[in-house]
Design a protein around this ligand. Structure first.
Ligand SMILES: Nc1ncnc2c1ncn2[C@@H]1O[C@H](COP(=O)(O)OP(=O)(O)OP(=O)(O)O)[C@@H](O)[C@H]1O
Ligand SMILES: [Mg+2]
Length: 248
């Protein structure tokens, strides 16, 4: 009888190999042209992200972090390379198709909260549900998000009546209201004081741990990056390190 080592691998190993990654970026290059000057903001970047990961992307100012996030979010078309999100090829998609992919599969949170100032927190969430074409949304999911983000008592406040941290939590809820499999966040605590940063980061972590939300978060703050389960470091448009975060 053969030893266990020579038998085919366990079912879980072959099953996990068959699960496509939520993000597959290959050879992604972005060159910005400003007059005669060409800036290579991303240079041949390749990586994959599996469902349920929390990836922190860290690097100095100008290292290409936002450019990477914008490319992953379908907000810009790379000069070269391919990006497949949730099985859908972004780079070769038409503008219309890219918008459809973004609405279905990606939620984005920016450093500035970008809420509609005249709408309440609830109004901002309902608008996102309508834009993305869901019929009245998913009330159970909405309740769960509001509970996790501790916003139940703030639903009827307008953005100016909310603290920075609360506004950012509404922005996170809005990004997730239609259950996108991928959440992208660009310096989500960049405009927050340390207390509000701590609260927002804690909630992103809970969303990841309790709802298995896949998150890619950009930050230049090593403390914020430490909430990720994996840390990608960038320099001069390249990935210079990509490691699991043992300390989490
Ligand atoms: N729209 C643009 N046109 C021309 N150059 C750009 C543009 N956006 C970014 N760049 C350049 O590309 C490089 C990467 O910029 P990017 O915004 O991706 O960096 P970043 O890592 O997000 O920096 P920060 O931490 O300051 O936000 C920089 O050199 C920047 O000057
Ligand atoms: Mg940036």
């Amino acid at each position: 009888m053969p030893s266990p080592e020579v038998l085919p691998g366990p079912a879980t190993a072959s099953a996990s190999a068959a699960i496509p990654p939520i993000v597959a970026a290959r050879g992604v290059t972005v060159v910005y042209k400003v007059g005669r000057v060409a800036v290579r903001a991303l240079d041949d970047v390749s990586f994959t992200v599996q469902r349920g990961e929390f990836v922190s992307v860290i690097g100095q100012s100008g290292s290409g972090k936002s450019t990477l996030l914008h490319a992953l979010g379908g907000l810009l078309t790379p000069t070269a390379g391919s990006i497949v999100i949730d099985g859908q090829d972004l780079a070769s998609a038409s503008d219309q198709r890219r918008t459809a992919i973004r609405r279905r599969s990606i939620g984005i949170v920016f450093q500035r909260f970008n809420l509609f100032p005249t709408l309440s927190a609830d109004g901002n969430l309902r608008l996102a549900e309508r834009i993305r074409g869901s019929n009245g949304g998913d009330p159970a999911h909405r309740r769960e998000l509001l509970r996790l983000l501790n916003l139940e008592q703030r639903l009827h406040h307008k953005p100016l009546e909310l603290s920075g941290g609360e506004q950012q939590r509404v922005a996170v809820a809005r990004a997730l209201i239609n259950r996108p499999p991928l959440l992208l966040a660009d310096e989500p605590t960049g405009n927050l004081d340390s207390e509000n940063s701590r609260i927002v980061l804690g909630m992103l972590r809970r969303l990841n741990e309790e709802l298995q939300q896949t998150v890619i978060m950009i930050t230049h703050n090593p403390e914020a990056a430490a909430i990720g389960s994996r840390i990608i470091s960038m320099r001069d448009g390249k990935i210079i390190a990509d490691q699991p975060n043992e300390s989490r």
